[in-house]
Design a protein around this ligand. Structure first.
Ligand code: ATP
Ligand code: MG
Length: 220
């Protein structure tokens, strides 16, 4: 069984996430994508909605797709959770499965700042997806990857759609050019703050949830 682990704050989940998950699942023939919304950090961040709300919004968005599931392992954790612990837990939960950690280019570039990142890149294979405003050539300086910059350039230019190679850890990394969806949770929060429409950027159920629960409430 091939499982994709898709972590994020999902503050809120949007079509950029959902389309990325769908294309990864289809192109790499994964059996399931497990969304893992992060928990709430000990110090409150006013931009970050409560973990309970973010988890519920991901559940609403994922419920329409039979291959999508949502894990509560980070959300229910009282202390701050780290991807390395999440992957270890999921390895124990699915002993026979092959785990792929899914990240957008921006997230993969940030991995060296994550807790026990060296260990993380040795625990799972990685799938890195394209994202507007971020370039695969930006991965040339990644400490975990040795790759010809020309190949990264070809991915950026969509001359090749996918590239599979090895991380220095010995794990696989698959870089995938996906349909560019220029949506970010930051832009959605900004629109809400400006009292503008967020329709068609995220599933209707999520939009209704945001309105009903007055999440990202407009500052008056
Ligand atoms: P924020 O603006 O608050 O950082 P975000 O839109 O970046 O939110 P995250 O929850 O930070 O969403 O991202 C979770 C994962 O989804 C990351 O790996 C990120 O790179 C990826 N991702 C988010 N939006 C897109 C998108 N439009 N296309 C491809 N990947 C995306
Ligand atoms: Mg982000």
């Amino acid at each position: 069984m091939k499982l994709g682990i898709f972590g994020g704050t999902f503050n809120p989940i949007h079509y950029g996430h959902l389309r990325a998950a769908e294309e990864v699942k289809e192109k790499l023939r994964l059996d399931r994508i497990i969304f893992v919304p992060s928990g709430s950090p000990p110090l409150k961040d006013k931009e970050l909605a409560d973990a309970k709300h973010r988890y519920r919004m991901v559940r609403l968005a994922a419920s329409k797709n039979r291959s999508f599931t949502v894990s509560n392992i980070e959300y229910k954790n009282k202390s701050k959770s780290y991807s390395v612990d999440t992957v270890e837990k999921l390895r124990r939960t699915y002993p026979g499965a092959r785990l792929y950690f899914i990240a957008g280019i921006d997230a993969f570039i940030d991995v060296p700042n994550w807790r026990q990142s060296e260990r993380l890149v040795s625990l799972a294979d990685f799938i890195v997806v394209s994202r507007p405003a971020f370039k695969f050539t930006g991965l040339a300086s990644s400490p975990y990857l040795r790759i010809n910059k020309n190949i990264l350039k070809q991915l950026d230019d969509a001359k090749i759609q996918t590239c599979k190679t090895k991380l220095k850890s010995g794990r696989d990394i698959i870089m995938l050019h996906i349909t560019p969806v220029e949506i970010s949770a930051t832009s959605i929060r900004k629109l809400i703050n400006l009292r503008k429409s967020i329709k068609y950027l995220l599933p209707e159920e999520v939009e209704s949830y945001i309105i009903t629960h007055k999440i990202y409430k407009v500052k008056s």
